[in-house]
Design a protein around this ligand. Sequence first.
Ligand SMILES: C[S@@+](CC[C@H](N)C(=O)[O-])C[C@H]1O[C@@H](n2cnc3c(N)ncnc32)[C@H](O)[C@@H]1O
Length: 223
Amino acid sequence: MSESHVWDEVDAYFTAHLAPDDEALAAALRDSDAAGLPHINVAGNQGKLLQLLAQLQGARHILEIGTLGGYSTIWLGRALPPDGRLVSLEYDPRHAEVAVRNIARAGLDKLVEVRVGPALESLPRLADENPPPFDLVFIDADKVNNPHYVEWALKLTSTGSLIVLDNVVRGGRVTDAESTADDVVGTRAAIELIGSHPRLSGTAIQTVGMKGYDGFAVARVLA
Ligand SMILES: C[S@@+](CC[C@H](N)C(=O)[O-])C[C@H]1O[C@@H](n2cnc3c(N)ncnc32)[C@H](O)[C@@H]1O
């Protein structure tokens, strides 16, 4: 049995008052669990933060890399105006199938499109379609490709767009410059790219909560 921490209770309190799951969000988690998907979705209060960020952006176009069962997709999709669009990229067809059902139940199927395949193949195809710039990009997939996802996000956004990169702490291993672990190497490369890129201004924040010790980075596209 996993140990219970005071921050689990604090997160439960915050989530109950500020970001409770409604029927569609609860059902999305229930069906994801029933289908055997891993429990690696954002927490409810993190989903709400994504939604608020999208609303602050006045986002009409959102790109998500890493759909899983569509839990974060629903939070983000709900920030969109009726003519908005969210494209979510997912490698695993089983995950995408569950997500598509969850998104439809949430009434977002007209706004949200889930594209199946490795994101590094889906992204050039998406770029070929010349979509309007995405106002927010949420990166939450295979960590090894984080720097490539940031580069793609830069190609698919414009001045003022926001890039959010999840899970940047890697249990504290992100500080290990000698690490050869894919997730650490990918995350360090992305953080250092954000820090050194002339078109990006970003920061990263450590978090603790029901998902344990973690963190996220945000970056604004400058020009
Ligand atoms: C952390 S989960 C996403 C969680 C989701 N954003 C949420 O909070 O509800 C990561 C997802 O990325 C997907 N993924 C892994 N590698 C990928 C790749 N190369 N391209 C696209 N998706 C990938 C996984 O199959 C998994 O569903």
